[in-house]
Design a protein around this ligand. Structure first.
Ligand code: FAD
Length: 406
């Protein structure tokens, strides 16, 4: 069985994958395109109980939660300031298993620091450009600066724009644009009270808005701006000032405290066009396999993308541990993971569609009339438990089937 691995990407999946491989006695090395760790990137995210279980397996749950906002309740408001309802952020009736909201950079940092502590090397400024299978039992990664690295396996944790995906399944469809650009940041405003255990969501008149206020007064906020698919680089080119001007205008007539939060926002603001990706036929090819958003991106509306990426890393490591060879491991990994992740992508898609803001006043009236009923049902809905109740135990042996000829 192989023992060295090139891991492409140091987002959520990359360092977690490296940690699980290290546990198996492997020598993983992580290569990340960004020039340095960026502890702002992506503002904040929601990690669900199933993702926290994987972090627990890695011994990192408590450290991660030492700087997080536990968030069992989500309260939803209309653009006129009417409370439309409340739903649990996690399995209904089990607030102790709720999701937590935390800075994305903090999640990256906790994983990366533990990997570094265990001696796993990280190379920043290493943008994978091509993958070459080598004769014998190795694969080569070539990076944009002309350097390269070789190992027994290459594991692509390189996110929704994955170069690895192009290699493992050149016929894969491109990710689908959800119609939304996510943009978020941080603020402090004396007039906005803490929201213990709670995140608020507002169907603003022209854009969807979410916020929470931590006990120390720090506000985490985001907006989902309905927008046609941007051209390559268009969103990256937008400055903090232009975002703030646009968002203050979009949310000017929305209920308090939305305008106050945007008035007080400080620091960098970046936007992320939101894509999802439901089905990639082939997750591996030869000695190369892809993990996380690279093969199944779910809209942030499900609050599950990071958790699924973490689940993947543990599953793939277990398959590599229990299978007779890497081909059998990769096949088992895809067989085990694909039905679940595709179901979550579908679920996220349905929520995303509801967040697209209509400019038609009649459609808004209809939505605000129907949503309270829907939310009342959702508050006690146990049919979504499958999202959170995913059973994954490190001790369980994975059933694998040898796949000759791959
Ligand atoms: C606006 C927004 C909000 C979100 N909110 C949530 C949320 O609340 N909860 C949640 O669970 N999920 C959320 N998600 C989804 C979540 O961020 C992803 O599902 C998760 O980050 C996937 O992890 P990953 O490691 O697969 O990919 P990423 O975290 O995207 O990591 C990929 C890494 O690979 C690097 N990389 C890319 N290409 C290359 C290359 N060619 N060579 C080397 N390195 C490369 C990137 O720089 C990056 O560091 C959100 C996504 C967006 C866009």
């Amino acid at each position: 069985m192989s023992r060295t691995a090139l891991i492409i990407g140091s987002g959520v999946a990359g360092p977690a994958m490296a940690l699980f491989l290290r546990r198996l006695g492997w020598e993983p090395a992580v290569y990340e395109a960004a020039d340095e760790p960026d502890d702002y990137t992506g503002a904040f995210l929601n990690v669900a109980t199933n993702g926290l279980a994987v972090l627990d397996e890695l011994g990192l749950r408590d450290r991660l939660l030492s700087d997080a906002h536990p968030c069992p309740r989500m309260v939803i408001w209309s653009g006129r300031g009417k409370r439309l309802g409340e739903v649990p952020n996690g399995p209904a009736g089990e607030p102790e298993r709720a999701s937590s909201v935390l800075r994305r950079g903090w999640l990256h940092q906790v994983l990366r620091e533990e990997a570094t502590r265990q001696g796993i090397p990280f190379t920043f400024g290493a943008r994978l450009t091509s993958i070459t299978p080598l004769a014998g039992e190795a694969v080569r990664a070539t990076f944009a600066d002309g350097t390269s690295a070789e190992a027994d396996l290459l594991i692509g944790c390189d996110g929704v724009g994955s170069v690895t995906r192009e290699f493992v399944d050149p016929s894969a469809a491109r990710p689908d644009y959800t119609g939304l650009v996510g943009v978020g940041g941080f603020a402090r405003s004396a007039g906005v009270a803490p929201t213990p255990d709670t995140q608020h969501f507002v169907f603003g008149r022209r854009s969807f808005f979410g916020y929470l206020v931590r006990d120390d007064g720090e506000i985490y906020w985001f907006a989902n701006v309905t927008r046609p698919e941007p051209r390559a680089g268009e969103i990256r080119a937008l400055t903090t000032e232009s975002w703030l001007a646009e968002l203050r205008d979009l949310h000017a007539g929305d209920p308090d405290p939305v305008p106050a939060i945007l008035a007080a926002s400080s620091g960098d603001i970046r936007g992320y066009p939101v894509y999802d990706l439901k089905h990639v036929r082939q997750w591996s090819r030869g000695r190369v396999v892809a993990v996380g958003d690279a093969v199944h991106a779910t809209s942030p509306s499900a609050g599950q993308g990071a958790s699924l990426a973490l689940e993947d890393t543990m599953a793939l490591a277990q398959c590599l541990r229990d299978a007779p060879d890497h081909a059998a491991a990769f096949a088992a990994y895809q067989r085990i993971r694909q039905p679940r992740v595709e179901q979550v992508v579908e679920y996220g898609r349905a929520i995303s569609n509801r967040k697209t803001i209509s400019r038609n006043p009649l459609a808004v009236l209809a939505r605000d009339a129907v949503l309270p009923m829907f939310l009342r049902r959702a508050a006690t809905d146990r049919t979504t438990r499958w999202l959170y109740d995913h059973q994954q135990s490190w001790e369980t042996t994975v059933t694998t089937v040898a796949t000759p000829g791959r």
